[in-house]
Design a protein around this ligand. Structure first.
Ligand code: HEC
Ligand code: HEC
Length: 483
């Protein structure tokens, strides 16, 4: 992974072909691939061992070798429990637990359904209240650098805490989380085995059932407030919710707690995030037809090469060539891990002016659980480099920039884009090919111009995207455990 690159959050200066392949070309990840690259049987004319010609150009062969396989999941140094199987098993229970929500009816799996490729199929997500963004897939998360469409979390464990206290998603509190674990014999036993004894939560005076610090000026809280006002129909009375003087009841309960009890509750909460991360990093998309094709190229095995249909092979040639998809979707995860404005069209229910990364950066600066915070297990370490070089406020990111999604297993996760604007991969490809539905935002990446692709070429690109679907997971490992 290119975690050591000090370009964190910075807008790439140029989108020159190949510049953004840093992911596969350096860092601790794919060293074996580089060896394979030099030892590759693929010759200058795209031939592979046995003398038969590869079905793609020599340049495309070189690109393909850099894009497969997905390297082993790196361990996150900011989470001491990242690779701990017992933490992962606890994480699985927590992922499926509706006890970590306001009314006991929302879990992570409400929106990230294991049997549905860890998404919900909805255009915009629905938790306790409607969200204004589309649910993201959870494939190969250990390789990601920023989390959420706007990258407002900088580690997987800290990301996992946000939905729990988000008033639109689980609408729960960290004190509630500690109690839910304490009150469930199995959760408690598993928690204490990994993280040690819980604080004395039975002391109801010291540990209220519901309490948390409520962030100021947080988008989800503003939206929840709007929903509450609309429901009550009394504009006047509640407009001051985010004004001066008002203290949220969760905050009042929190303020009444002793500092060391707050600390103990937040520790439990942080550990929950670390266990959730240990579980989620096991969700891997590997061994797609494209990977078997690349292994075939590398090993000179025609059977492997035949894993890609002719149409998909032509699609790959376009992907790395004329269609320039690789400028942003490069590397084994098919993402540069950065943010761009692609001019995705408006959809009802999602704001047309979602500021994306610009607001994500602001939230990241104020983030309680950042990689440099005291809750990180390696606050001084290299994982923090990415936040040391964040661009200054108001610079570098225009509105409408969102994280480039990984394209691994993309065919299994419709609809697409941060607002779910497109139902099918055909629609996505036509969006890039024609730009007819693209919004003219003024900040759209200049590289995105009509590509002049024929209908057949568009179908080839879609066939290629379909070849990125990984081998099926053993769902028994990811489903709700029988309890
Ligand atoms: C109400 C539906 C919903 C629930 C419940 C939910 N999520 Fe999500 N998840 C989303 C949406 C929507 C996004 C993108 C939100 C954004 O960018 O603002 C997302 C983003 C993510 C991401 C970021 C992926 C990436 O590539 O950046 C992770 C990881 C994740 N969720 C894990 C979880 C975990 C763990 C839980 C339970 C604690 C959870 N989610 C609960 C809908 C949900
Ligand atoms: C300038 C960078 C850039 C280029 C070039 C680019 N993409 Fe994207 N792609 C993105 C970003 C950013 C998103 C998310 C946009 C959003 O949600 O607002 C995205 C989203 C997607 C998605 C939806 C994935 C999902 O899970 O929602 C697909 C599929 C996709 N791109 C395929 C392609 C193809 C095929 C090409 C070439 C024709 C291409 N992209 C070119 C940056 C790029």
């Amino acid at each position: 992974m290119s975690r050591t690159l000090p370009t964190a959050g910075a807008r790439p200066a140029a989108l020159a072909l190949g510049v953004l392949w840093a992911f596969s070309a350096c860092g601790d990840g794919p060293a074996p691939q580089r060896d394979a690259l030099t030892a590759s049987p693929a010759g200058p004319h795209g031939g592979f061992a046995g003398g038969s010609p590869a079905p793609i150009s020599a340049a495309a062969v070189q690109a393909a070798l850099r894009m497969s396989p997905v390297p082993p999941a790196p361990v996150d140094p900011t989470n001491l429990f990242d690779a701990d199987p017992q933490a992962a098993e606890l994480g699985r229970l927590l992922f499926h637990s509706t006890a970590l929500s306001k009314d006991g009816d929302v879990s992570c799996a409400t929106c990230h359904l294991p049997e549905q490729s860890f998404v919900d199929g909805r255009r915009l997500a629905l938790g306790v209240l409607p969200l204004e963004r589309h649910t993201m897939p959870l494939w190969n998360l250990a390789h990601q650098r920023w989390f959420f469409w706007d990258g407002r979390a900088d580690s997987l464990w800290s990301q996992s805490l946000v939905p729990i206290e988000d008033p639109l998603e689980h609408a729960f509190t960290r004190a509630g989380v500690a109690h839910a674990i304490h009150d469930d014999a199995e959760l408690r036993q598993r928690y204490e085995r990994v993280f040690g004894a819980l604080p004395p939560l039975e002391d109801a005076l010291r540990f209220p059932a519901i309490a948390r610090p409520v962030p100021a000026n947080d988008r989800a809280h503003q939206l929840a407030d709007e929903h509450a006002r609309a429901k009550r129909g009394d504009e006047e009375h509640h407009t001051h919710l985010f004004g001066s003087g008002f203290r949220h009841p969760h905050q009042r309960a929190w303020d009444a707690m002793a500092a060391e009890d707050q600390e103990a509750v937040t520790s439990v909460f942080v550990n929950v995030g670390k266990a959730l991360a240990a579980f989620q990093r096991l969700i891997e998309s590997r061994d797609a037809p494209f990977d078997r094709f690349v292994a075939g190229l590398r090993e000179g095995d025609p059977a492997g090469v035949a894993s890609l249909s002719d149409s998909a092979a032509r699609g790959f040639e376009l992907f790395v060539g004329k269609a320039r998809c690789i400028s942003c979707h490069g590397g084994p995860l098919f993402t540069d891990l950065e943010f761009h404005d692609t001019g995705v069209p408006e959809v009802p229910g999602a704001p047309v002016d979602d500021p994306g990364r610009a607001r994500g950066l602001e939230a990241l600066r104020a983030f309680e659980f950042g990689v440099r915070s005291r809750w990180s297990d390696d606050p001084e370490g290299p994982a923090g480099v990415k936040v040391d070089f964040l661009p200054a406020a108001g610079h570098a990111h225009g509105p409408g920039e969102f994280k480039t999604p990984s394209l691994r297993s993309v065919a299994s996760t419709p609809p697409y884009m941060h607002n779910g604007a497109f139902e099918t991969l055909e629609e996505v490809v036509s969006f890039y090919a024609t730009r007819e539905t693209a919004r003219a935002t003024g900040t759209t990446e200049k590289i995105l111009v009509p590509l002049g692709l024929t209908k057949e070429e568009q179908a080839d690109l879609v066939a290629f995207l379909r070849s990125l679907t990984g081998a099926p997971l053993d769902l028994a490992r990811f489903a709700a455990p029988n309890r």
